[in-house]
Design a protein around this ligand. Structure first.
Ligand code: 1GP
Length: 246
């Protein structure tokens, strides 16, 4: 097992919740804002830095990852929207299979394309079942992936999907309503998935305040991912970190 997954599993074992700050490389084009966000993440003791996005309009992905790594003392984890989003500057990559959808390219196609590069770059790959959940409106990820999200009020579907992922050998489940979603995954759905599987649960999409972050941790999330709210207010990282770490 790689060191990043080991870190996540050890935290789960000791019931310590983790906060991941998501950096969208398009947003990271503004170097001053990127620097401030990464510095705040380190000062606030956020646990992980995720870099990636479903649709990139910048050509300088690698440069963004390099900068994030240079500015931080936290593990940098790629959250790739495509096989082009790989970089040797990262510590690990979420090797995502979009198990809530039925798009073969996102279940196995992109993986075949990316696997030789991941090996050549020496990146730790974390096999992750990615589940897109309805967050109240279409998001970039639902449009780009051309998949139907799991209905918000169907925790049973989410639990069965996550269990299938775990039985297939995936090492983490990422439940996401998508960047900038109107609502988060519900605590009831997180609790149902938590009951169904033992692997770490990563939860993201639409988390904007500390009280919500705390509620999702209490429902069973192990890692919370926040992006948009920190783009709007990098100072929020401090309150969010306090809420997640209890
Ligand atoms: C999106 O889970 C992430 O994939 C984060 O979402 O930008 O809404 O925080 P937000």
């Amino acid at each position: 097992m790689g060191v990043v997954l080991e870190h996540i599993e050890a935290a789960k074992g000791s019931q310590r919740k983790l906060l991941a700050v998501l950096i969208d490389p398009d947003f990271g084009q503004n170097e001053a804002v990127l620097e401030r966000t990464v510095q705040n993440a380190c000062m606030a003791k956020a646990d992980l830095l995720f870099v990636g996005g479903s649709l990139l309009t910048t050509a300088s992905f690698d440069r963004c990852v390099e900068q994030v790594k240079a500015l931080s003392d936290r593990p940098v984890v790629l959250f790739p929207g495509s096989p082009a989003q790989l970089s040797r500057h990262a510590d690990a990559v979420l090797f995502l299979s979009l198990i809530s959808g039925r798009n073969p390219e996102l279940l196995i196609g992109h993986h075949v394309t990316a696997a030789p590069s991941i090996k050549a770059l020496g990146l730790e790959a974390i096999p992750t079942g990615y589940m897109l959940v309805d967050g109240g409106r279409p998001t970039t990820v639902s449009y780009v992936s051309q998949t139907l999200p799991i209905p918000h009020d169907k925790p049973g579907i989410a639990a069965a999907t996550a269990l299938a992922g775990e039985l297939l050998g995936l090492r983490a489940i990422y439940m996401d309503t998508g960047s900038g979603a109107q609502r988060t995954v519900s605590p009831a759905m997180i609790a149902a998935v938590r009951k169904a599987v033992n692997v770490p649960l990563i939860v993201g999409g639409g988390i904007r305040d500390a009280a919500t972050a705390r509620a999702l941790c209490e429902a069973g999330a192990d890692v919370l991912v926040v992006g948009t709210a920190f783009e709007q207010d990098p100072e929020l990282i401090f309150a969010m970190s306090e809420a997640v770490h209890g």
